[in-house]
Design a protein around this ligand. Sequence first.
Ligand SMILES: Cc1cc2nc3c(=O)[nH]c(=O)nc-3n(C[C@H](O)[C@H](O)[C@H](O)COP(=O)(O)OP(=O)(O)OC[C@H]3O[C@@H](n4cnc5c(N)ncnc54)[C@H](O)[C@@H]3O)c2cc1C
Length: 425
Amino acid sequence: MADQNPAIPTYFLVLILYITRFVSTLGKSMPRTTLLPSKLQNHDLANRLHLDPDSIESVSSDYGNIVHKRPAAVLYPTSAEDIKTLIKFSYNSSAPFTIAARGHGHSVRGQAMAYNGVVIDMIHLKNRRKKTGVIVSKSHSLGYFADVGGEQLWIDVLNATLEHGLAPVSWTDFLQLTVGGTLSNAGISGQTFRYGPQISNVFEVDVITGKGQLVTCSPNINSELFYAVLGGLGQFGIITRARIALESAPKSVKWVRMLYSDFSAFTKDQERLISINGRKQNNALDYVEGSLLMARGPLNNWRSSFFPASDIPRITSLATQHGIIYTIEVAKYYDDWTQHTVDKELEEMFKGLSFIPGLIFAKDVSYVDFLARVRSEDNVPHPWLNLFLPKSSIEDFNSGVFRDIVLKRNITTGPVLFYPMNRNK
Ligand SMILES: Cc1cc2nc3c(=O)[nH]c(=O)nc-3n(C[C@H](O)[C@H](O)[C@H](O)COP(=O)(O)OP(=O)(O)OC[C@H]3O[C@@H](n4cnc5c(N)ncnc54)[C@H](O)[C@@H]3O)c2cc1C
């Protein structure tokens, strides 16, 4: 992200295509060979290394359900020490093997697999910790923060921090993902335009490196490792703890969607809505995303059902008429202090926007219901594409891809998200 000009937004696109049910037998039909050095099988760690078919099967596919790779063994760690021992063993071995951490396995292309190596099932640590995996503290220099195990699910981080009236500020749309899993990528959602991705809200991490050493790193200590491991796709070490910034948790959310038939009007309004983005700015929105409603796609989909049943026929007929309807989705958090002013603030912010008259829909939900809005568990394949587009080419993308390919060829899509963020975040 070399361009630091906050005035130039970048667009984030998530394109999910549904294909008919297909379960690959590739991985399943492969002969099982245990290539692990025999010394490891006699090691102290042996009773935490599982070679049985059920354990192997459980880590041989992922949410994408497209790639299937079988490891030789699965480590069910009972502590960070087990992970250190395994990695050290491989590092010092004359026949090192592949090791991959697996969080909740919600990758889509086999990123958490280790063909003929060892998969570390991080979730197993969750129930093994002597202390809770989420510890909330405060310091003079950092304010409130939580020390969180890399194996913790974000939904559990939310629930634990809410007990203190606090919460992280940057999220993903879906919370059944681990802290280590999203911090290895970036962790992007509608809050990113304002707070940056999740990796920009981390003060410190404990990492087990490829040599099996536990290293604490931060922007000031071992900074090279810190910046490598955050967004490092699991290639620079295993995150066992992250210190995450917290702020006061709001109670409720005004959640609004507005519909557009014109792409330029849609993106112009999105950019206007993210132009106020200071962390402490009261008049900024808390969340901005956007999505496409296609004539051949779902209106209310797995990400959330939103539109009232009585309006669905009208929206469907507009989607048929225009081919694509563009939706801006925003949220403004509020609490007891601001409950009487939030509607007025939103009204001011929406003045001059060009959505189709009358096609604005609002909901009032609790903060937890808003954050936990996406529920998605099925085991069909999920082809999935994430792209960052420069602002300069979004018009071309709309006409070349959405209209000339997806629409003209009658391609049925799953959810397509399309929203801006500021490069300096
Ligand atoms: C329904 C759904 C919605 C999603 N929505 C969003 C979204 O809104 N925003 C977004 O940014 N992403 C989103 N994602 C993508 C998701 O953030 C990534 O796929 C993430 O990696 C999944 O986390 P996981 O715990 O399942 O990790 P896994 O799939 O288990 O692992 C992912 C990668 O991280 C590595 N890894 C896992 N744990 C650790 C660790 N402790 N230390 C180091 N490396 C580790 C793995 O080796 C692998 O390379 C979504 C995914 C799904 C399925």
